[in-house]
Design a protein around this ligand. Sequence first.
Ligand code: SF4
Ligand code: SF4
Length: 160
Amino acid sequence: MLTGIFTPTACAECKLCCNFHRSSAWETPALQNEQIFLLQEMCVPLEKRLDGTTSFYLHFTSNDENEVANCPVLNPCNGCMLPREQRPFECRIWPVRIMRDKSTLVVGIYEQCPALASDGFEKLKKHTLENLLPQILDYARREPNAVREFNSAYKIIWRA
Ligand code: SF4
Ligand code: SF4
């Protein structure tokens, strides 16, 4: 969905959103049924979360809080192994995220994404508000458990 705003090269070099510290393991993307079936066929390890969603199981090898684990479908050389249209919705719209701020839905952009330098933030904001918002709200309606609590690392661009 964000092709044209993010270059594959920038993301291949960064991969920030596909690697998780133990403390941010809850940030792994919520999977929809179509991805769950596909990933089970690929024997990718998954786990059920307390919020009722299913996500990737991260393979940590120690108790070190600073250890980082890859998403299990991240190829360190080539990036995500899933075809773009089969990636979790959260991955397809990242660094945009829908969140819940108390009882209100908000859409925010993760400002620290390196690809947003220069005019990237404003381009992404415009693209999100003009093109993506209906799909994002539909996702929130279909997958209410996957909507996360507001985090101040995101700059809010839309509020219900
Ligand atoms: S944080 Fe931004 S630049 Fe880095 S991989 Fe994610 S979308 Fe790409
Ligand atoms: S599914 Fe793909 S894009 Fe999403 S976190 Fe895993 S490797 Fe990254």
